[in-house]
Design a protein around this ligand. Structure first.
Ligand code: SAH
Length: 377
């Protein structure tokens, strides 16, 4: 997987020759500070400015000497992804289309609720998984996002929400879900590095209990995720038998349901207080019968689980329909009667194509038109 990550890694230094300090671990930042001939504790101060105060301009870092600030500005920058577009839904959901240094784009969504504010973060530009019901799945993977590009989504949301310095109480951005574009466990190293930055107590300081990583079921990476990151796990199950799941989540052909559920039982730290979330997209006449609700309850009988029923969000040309509201309600009721919490996820930001499975950036379109342009040239 790390080979994967490196193969798609963006250049470390930007076109202006400056290296971004965002995304470096404290150890790496310390190395950079020592190389400038400054004492070690300056790295901690710098860290505080970047991740606690949200500063992007060295000149504003007034606890650092003028000389040090000048040396930093010669070689480094504190970067942010560029915002291509920023849309606000009628329900308060925000969606950013972000543009990275090499021109690739990915989306990021903020969902405010009464008791929380959740940022849905992307891990890749595009996705390799080709789930049939997912819009991102129709976009070829362009590349993995770097730690800076992943943590940059959170920094940028914080900029917009005006949440600097990192508040201890009354935060707007309280939760992170790795449920944007891409499969986070196919970009494990970079996602892990970014989440370590986000949870660091001297910076953004978000509890790992408030972070959920969603996977379509990359079985070999699941244990590591639990052991090393200890974040909540969500699994995109979506079907109760291999025939249907093979069809709608092709990754199932590699890691079928039985193996996936065993990895869930083995997920480190899983117990009743910390259940695994199983996501189940409601597709009309595909996976939404009473029999399937019962089959789902049978499958999850011995796993500390909660189920999230997601009404299918259509996108232009999508090959499925959303189950009728009464069907979804009945499905949810059966699961409830069988002892599961199975709320229906209220779609958010549908009017700005920000809902689950609707994210797609133009990065592929550009490549396609380039390919199409080539033979004519
Ligand atoms: N690759 C990871 C992270 C993406 S999370 C994963 O598969 O879990 C995005 C969630 O939205 C997944 O559960 C995905 O299956 C679901 N989803 C995708 N397309 C959807 C759509 N059109 N309507 C509703 N949910 C969708």
């Amino acid at each position: 997987m790390s080979a994967h990550a490196h193969a798609f890694a963006p250049p470390a230094a930007g076109p202006d020759g400056l290296t971004d300090l965002v995304g470096l671990s404290l150890a790496e930042l310390t190395e950079a500070v020592l190389a400038l001939g400054e004492p070690r504790f300056r790295a901690t101060q710098l860290w505080h400015w970047i991740y606690h105060r949200g500063a992007t301009d060295f000149a504003a870092m007034t606890t650092l000497s003028k000389g040090f600030r000048a040396k930093l500005a010669e070689r480094f920058l504190v970067g942010r992804p560029q915002v291509s577009t920023h849309q606000l839904s009628s329900d308060g959901t925000r969606k950013w289309l972000l543009r990275f240094a090499d021109g690739n784009e990915a989306e990021c969504v903020f969902i405010p609720e009464e008791d929380r504010g959740t940022l849905c973060v992307s891990s890749q530009v595009g996705c390799t998984l080709t789930c049939r019901f997912c819009h991102t799945g129709t976009q070829r993977l362009v590349r993995n996002l770097s730690p800076a590009e992943i943590v940059g989504q959170i920094l940028l949301a914080r900029d917009t929400l005006g949440e600097w310095p990192s508040p201890k109480e009354g935060r707007l951005l309280t939760n992170i879900v790795m449920m944007g574009m891409g499969e986070p466990l196919y970009n494990y190293e970079n996602v892990a590095a970014a989440l370590r930055l986000v949870t660091d107590p001297n910076g953004i300081s978000l509890s790992k209990r408030r972070i959920t990583l969603s996977t379509a079921g990359v079985v070999p990476a699941m244990r590591r995720c639990g052991e090393e990151l200890g974040v909540n796990l969500a699994v995109s199950l979506h079907a109760t038998n291999d025939a249907v799941r093979d069809e709608i989540v092709p990754l199932n052909r590699k890691y079928p349901i039985a193996e996936l559920l065993q990895a869930c039982r083995d997920y480190p730290g899983v117990h009743n207080a910390r259940r695994i979330t199983f996501e189940y997209v409601m597709l009309k006449d595909v996976n939404d019968s009473d029999a399937e609700a019962h089959a789902l309850a049978d499958l999850l009988a011995d796993i500390p689980a909660k189920i999230n029923l997601i009404p299918f969000n259509p996108w232009p040309g999508s090959p499925y329909l959303c189950s009728e509201p009464e069907r979804i309600e009945r499905f949810s009721d059966i699961l409830f009667e069988r002892g599961f919490s199975a709320p229906v996820r209220r779609p958010r930001g549908r009017d700005i194509q920000a809902a689950c499975g609707q994210l797609k950036s133009a990065s592929e379109r550009k490549r396609k038109s380039e390919r199409e342009a080539a033979p004519a040239a």
